[in-house]
Design a protein around this ligand. Structure first.
Ligand code: GLC
Ligand code: MG
Length: 488
């Protein structure tokens, strides 16, 4: 049986179990294309590419928080590979269920944090392949980098500077090179505060006994993380998922923004660090590695706030939200009886999520082709309402709804999927609201995205929201010649 350790230089070693940052739930990482780790200590961390000033960078967490009116109701901290992202499900079923739940019910007052072993750039490439929502904060490289979302991404320079304490990358590289069994991971996996190798477990155990002492003699204090019998990370002592999340929670606490609840979600040994944080709820998804379950058995068995879900990945996260009663736990995607889609009064986010879900189901032929649905859509929108298509063409919303008739079922073969990201709303006047979000549409393996604004009004007599105006513009390179298949 594989045993995994995290070591620190004091040799006050903490047996914490395996770290699995496998980028596939079941496959071992290939060992080709190895190069030696970068030696330069002056390498600019990859996410410091934004042009913002240092002061702005330091305000990162404020930026992530500014959109909330008070302390977060829920902070959801999710590992990515094999936790939020199910690599065994190319359809992303549970991830899309999670997305709809998050945007409809949590985005407006809660924080989403991804916490991954991947580097920032590797995390960004995963986002190109999977329908991952924009998180408020991304903790990458096993906690050695914290990046805030906003109009541009901002790396936490205070956290980065902290990791410099008793850390010297050149010395780490120099000393680790003396261990021939340590095979450097590809250059892209090396970071300023993370030096990574591949090594067999038995060799790792031996190296872990020696290396911290050698480094300590040279003034370097490290945390060694060994995972899944192949990955060996050398990090500054204060790094790791637990260190990064504790730092973020402390920051919120100091600002008086302590969350009502925090839920950490993981599947493997390095996530066990997250479960060590007091006060948090934790879910080990059903597909968790034996080593994490064993860690739980040995260290946290009596903690009622930690739970082993019966469902995989994203479904296990939703299950935990329900189990711990942390808020709404029914994804709009699970509400299949939306015969006629019903607006939930004054939850704008839910309204737009549900609208697009209906639209997806119509395009995929998952609702019968009946005029009553189109009439219902019309009843939800003003006859005077205009939709400005991202191509610039504008015409009444009702005419666009008429156009939907011939698109019924056309998305089935194309595996059309729609998800909304970053849904926000603001009160414009007594009965008028503006909803803003990015709408992503996957069709035939290609994603097109639009920045979307919807003006809605609430009519007391109708007790529901009416869509007054919709405006879209293409995001990134989403523009294409095939624009007539894009409606709403
Ligand atoms: C991810 C990283 C790799 C690291 C592993 C374990 O797979 O890409 O560099 O060693 O996680 O932390
Ligand atoms: Mg994982």
């Amino acid at each position: 049986m594989a045993i995994f350790f995290i070591f620190d230089a004091n040799m006050a070693t903490q047996l914490i179990h395996p770290l699995n940052n496998l980028q596939n739930c079941s496959k071992k990482k290939g060992k080709e294309n190895f190069v030696f780790p970068r030696k330069s200590r002056t390498k600019e961390p990859k996410s410091l590419l934004s042009k913002e000033t240092t002061r702005e960078k330091q305000r990162g967490i404020r930026k992530s928080m500014d959109r909330l009116e008070g302390p977060p109701r829920l902070i959801l901290v999710a590992d990515l590979d094999c936790t939020l992202v199910d690599h065994d499900d190319p359809e992303n079923t549970d991830l899309l269920r999670f997305n709809a739940l998050w945007e409809a019910h949590y985005r407006h007052d809660s924080l989403l944090i991804y916490c991954t072993g991947r580097s920032f750039s590797s995390y960004m490439s995963l986002r190109k392949k999977r329908p991952l929502l924009t998180p408020d904060i991304a903790v990458t490289s096993v906690g050695s980098e914290i990046v805030y979302s906003g109009e541009s991404t901002v790396s936490d320079v205070v956290w980065t500077a902290r990791l410099d304490y008793k850390w010297n990358r050149d010395i780490v590289v120099e000393e680790t090179l003396k261990f021939p069994k340590l095979e450097p991971q590809p250059d892209k996996s090396q970071e300023e505060h993370k030096v990574s190798f591949f090594v067999e477990r038995e060799d790792a155990v031996e190296i872990m006994k020696e290396l911290p002492g050698i480094l300590e003699e040279r003034g370097v204090d490290v945390k060694l993380v060994y995972s899944n019998g192949y990955a060996f990370d050398v990090l500054p002592r204060g790094a790791g998922k637990q260190g990064a999340l504790t730092y973020l929670l402390d920051k919120l606490d100091i600002e008086g923004n302590q969350p009502s609840n925090t839920l950490v979600c993981g599947d493997s040994g390095n996530d066990s660090e997250l479960f060590n944080i007091s006060q948090v709820y934790g879910v080990m998804v059903s597909n968790s590695h034996e080593e994490l379950l064993q860690w739980h058995e040995e260290n946290a068995k009596d903690n009622p706030k930690i739970f082993h879900a019966s469902e995989r990945c994203g479904a296990g996260i939703i299950e935990a939200i329900q189990r711990f009663n942390l808020g709404p736990s029914v994804s709009p995607r699970d509400v299949l009886d939306s015969e006629i889609f019903q607006a939930e009064s004054l939850n704008l986010a839910h309204e737009v999520v549900q609208f697009y879900l209906f639209y997806e189901r119509w395009r995929c032929g998952e609702v019968e082709k009946s005029d009553k649905y189109l009439q219902n859509l019309k009843s939800l929108s003003s006859p005077l309402g205009i939709f400005v298509h991202p191509s610039g063409v504008e015409k009444p919303i009702h005419e666009w709804i008429d156009d939907m008739e011939h698109l019924h079922g056309d998305g089935k073969e194309k595996k059309l999927r729609i998800w909304l990201d970053n849904v926000s709303s603001s009160h414009i006047s007594s009965d008028t609201w503006l909803a803003k979000f990015d709408k992503h549409e996957l069709s035939e393996g290609k994603v097109r995205s639009c920045s979307t604004k919807v003006l809605l009004s609430y009519k007391e007599e109708k007790q529901r929201l009416t869509w007054m105006h919709i405006h879209q513009s293409w995001l990134d390179e989403s523009f294409s010649d095939d624009q007539e298949k894009w409606v709403f």
